[in-house]
Structure formats: C-alpha cells, structure tokens
Write a protein that binds this ligand. Structure first.
Ligand SMILES: [Zn+2]
Length: 339
C-alpha cells in the first residue's frame, strides 16, 4: 500500500511524495494519521544538525484512527481513535530487561507521522476517548517529560525551575504541578510564551534577556536554590545556569539535546560539596507512555490550547519553519487537511 508522506532526502530537501508502507503484520495496526506534532528533533534533521540515514519520513508525535488490523490484533479495531508510541524497543537487551526501556540499545522508530498512513505494532498503540487528536499527539513528548520528572526524584512541595518556555518546557511546568511541586519558576526569551507560562500557573516567568534568572531563583526560593531544575533548551549556557540554581542535594535534568556536541566546565569541588545530581532524560518506557496517554485523556494534563498552527502535509516544510521561528507554540501537521 502506498501513502503520501513528507520525506527528507537531504538537509533542506523535504519532498511530499508517495511512499510504500511496510506490510501489515499479524500483530500490526494501520493508522490514518490525523495529527502529528513538529518536534525539535525534526527541525534538527531538516537543518542537518542531527544525522540519520536518509531518505526518511519525518514526524513521530502522532494520533489518528485505526483503519485496518492484523489477524492477531485484539486490543484495537478499525474506527478506534488512537495514539501510537513511535519507539519500538526490543524488550530483550540489558536495559529493557532491567526496566530501563527508554535506553533500549536496539530501539527502532518505524512509526512516522508526516504521512497519510503509518503501520505500528499493536503493542505501541493506545486508545483514546476524550482527548482530541491534537491533544493526544502530545503523548510522546509528555511521556518523555514524565520520564524527566520521575528521574528528578521530585517530591511533594518541591521548588522547581524549568529553563525554557517552549512546548516541552511548559509540559514540564504542568507535570511538575501534577507531581506535587509547590512553586515553579519558568525562564525563557519569548514574551508570549512566558505569558503562557504564567497562565499555566508559573510562580514567576523570567525573561532572561532582561533579568538574571539565577538571581530571581534565589530571591524567590531562598539562597539555597531550587530542589529540581529541568533544562529544556539545548544550550550549555542554560545547563550551567541550571547548575547554579540547584540546591545542595537537588537534581538538574538535561532534557533537551545539545547540538553540536560540546562539553561544559564544571567545578570538581562543586560536585563534592553540593551532593547535587546531574542527569539526563531521553525518551520513555512503555509504562510512562501509557500514563502520558491517561493524563491527556483525563485532561489532568490540559493541553487544549497548545496548538497554534496546523498545516496540511503539502506544507510540512512550512510547519517545520514555523516551529523553528518560535512565533507560535505547538505546530501540527494534519495529513487529512486539504490545502
Ligand atoms: Zn532493549
């Protein structure tokens, strides 16, 4: 079966063309994609900052409708509204075996979103009922944020800093409150996004162009600093800022990828005396994905006003450039939308 898809042939060369779908296996589900979010990863691939074998269909944050199922599929049927976890873990490598499936050594990403149709293993497909396709399409980033917050060892009543006012930064804000944070300071550079952070309940929204975020954090939370710091922008400057904000024994989580590869200067004495934890967070386990879908479907994490731009498949390139421009907030490609 063929489907129209937005295929990246080389950096800057995105073409909408017919692709051959992989054959529907007995435990596979064919999904008509109704919404797919633009992720910073897609933008980096498009710009040539991240490297993967090309050509490749972009997009991996997708929700849609089941149109056909393999013989042995029992959990979903045609007509079901679903979201698909794009990460297929082997479930047998040492990481999967110890429950750290998000670190799977042999993960594959066959489920794609900038396309009319995609094939996903039943194991990766989750039914939705209340969430719209646009809300459900946020399950993949939300699952990664759940992993990030759980890795931080957040506790009830914690003081939290989120560095970055983008869609994933503000998902951290929302999840931090669901996880019991008392106060959350968001730092960023875009006035309209910082206003959004305040609307979502941020204690303070700091424009780093105008104020020193480290100073604000210490004024609001006290000299000791924040319990948990999430760095959701890919810059070493932001990570170093995060390290200056964290309290002794607290946690800094580097959530965003940093491109190109680069190091940071860090004081060995700080490592010794602060007892702070510095960690990363990448992808999610199936269990975290399942809970992400539930939080969206019950609206406990409300993303109903997240999407600001929708583009048909033919304008996928414009979707990438709009997301890159930071003008809007969450940008979606809607393959069923007519031009
Ligand atoms: Zn594995």
């Amino acid at each position: 079966m063929k489907a129209k898809a937005a295929v990246l042939h080389a950096p800057g060369d995105l073409r909408v063309e017919e692709v051959e779908l992989s054959e529907l296996g007995e435990k596979d589900v064919l999904i008509r994609v109704e919404a797919c979010g633009v992720c910073p990863f897609d933008i980096r691939l498009y710009l040539g900052l991240s490297k993967l074998p090309l050509p490749k269909v972009l997009g991996h944050e997708l929700a849609g409708v089941v149109v056909e199922v393999g013989e042995k599929v029992s959990r979903v049927r045609p007509g079901d509204r679903v979201v698909a976890d794009p990460m297929v873990r082997d479930l047998t490598c040492p990481f999967c075996r110890r429950g750290e499936e998000n670190l799977c050594m042999n993960a594959k990403w066959p489920v794609v979103g900038f396309t009319e149709y995609t094939v996903a293993p039943e194991e990766n497909v989750y039914k939705i009922s209340r969430a719209s396709f646009f809300e459900a399409a946020l399950a993949e980033p939300l699952a990664a944020v759940i992993n990030s917050v759980e890795r931080s060892k957040m506790r009830l009543g914690d003081d939290v800093v989120v560095i970055g006012d983008g869609p994933n930064g503000l998902l951290h804000l929302k999840v931090a409150y669901v996880a019991g944070a008392a106060r959350v300071i968001v730092t960023g550079m875009m006035e309209h996004r910082l206003e959004r952070a305040l609307r979502y309940g941020a204690t303070e929204a700091v424009n780093v162009a105008r104020e020193d975020p480290v100073k604000v954090v210490k004024e609001v939370f006290g000299e000791q600093g924040a319990d948990r710091v999430f760095v959701t922008v890919g810059s070493t400057e932001a990570l170093l800022q995060g390290i200056k904000m964290v309290r002794k024994g607290g946690t800094v989580v580097q959530f965003a990828g940093i491109y190109p590869e680069t190091g940071i200067p860090i004081s060995a004495r700080f490592i010794h005396y602060s007892e702070a934890f510095l960690t990363g967070a990448t992808n999610s386990t199936r269990e975290q994905f399942r809970r992400a879908v539930k939080l969206l479907d019950t609206k406990r994490v409300d993303v109903s006003d997240y999407v600001t731009h929708k583009f048909p498949l033919e304008r996928a390139e414009e979707a990438l450039l709009t997301a890159k421009s930071l003008k809007g907030f969450k940008v979606m490609v809607v393959p069923t939308m007519k031009e």
